[in-house]
Ligand binder design. Structure first.
Ligand code: HEC
Length: 128
């Protein structure tokens, strides 16, 4: 529980300094490897290393973090929607504020994270 509180506090600090700016245009193609590293550093505590959101912290949260392997849901989101929720946080898009904003991520890092998240979906994601 105390580690969850640390995440929430970190999210709160970030909210004060970063929310609301426009999302800069995405740069370059996403690099799955770089995205994997970032995901494991920043997202796994809640979404799980496998994206299934079965971690103890995930079980403690309501609503639960999104299961990124749920292709039926995830494949309907555009790259821009995913990048926006990662950068600006859940509250900025009408979702849970438990999904923390990460305004320090560069456009390239956001693109890399989206590329990695796309690899998790079952059935696989096919761009329109
Ligand atoms: C402190 C826990 C926590 C962390 C850390 C976290 N998330 Fe989330 N995330 C959530 C929760 C909770 C939701 C569900 C929000 C909802 O459905 O209202 C969510 C939802 C999402 C969604 C679905 C948004 C949608 O439109 O339904 C995406 C995509 C996502 N997170 C990506 C990430 C990525 C990528 C990272 C790492 C950079 C990350 N999250 C870090 C808790 C977290």
């Amino acid at each position: 529980m105390s580690s969850m509180r640390r995440w929430l506090v970190a999210g709160g600090v970030v909210v004060c300094i970063g929310v609301g700016g426009p999302l800069p245009a995405a740069v370059g193609a996403g690099h799955v490897e770089a995205g994997t590293t970032l995901y494991h550093e920043r997202c796994s505590p809640c979404h799980g290393a496998d994206g299934k959101a079965m971690t103890p912290m995930a079980q403690a949260l309501t609503p639960k973090p999104r299961n990124h392997t749920d292709g039926a849901y995830m494949n309907r989101l555009s790259d821009a929607q995913i990048a926006t929720v990662i950068k600006n946080g859940g509250a900025a898009v009408g979702k849970s504020p438990l999904m923390p904003p990460q305004p320090d991520l560069s456009p390239q890092q956001l693109t890399d994270l989206v590329a990695f998240v796309r690899t998790l979906a079952v059935p696989p994601y096919h761009p329109q």
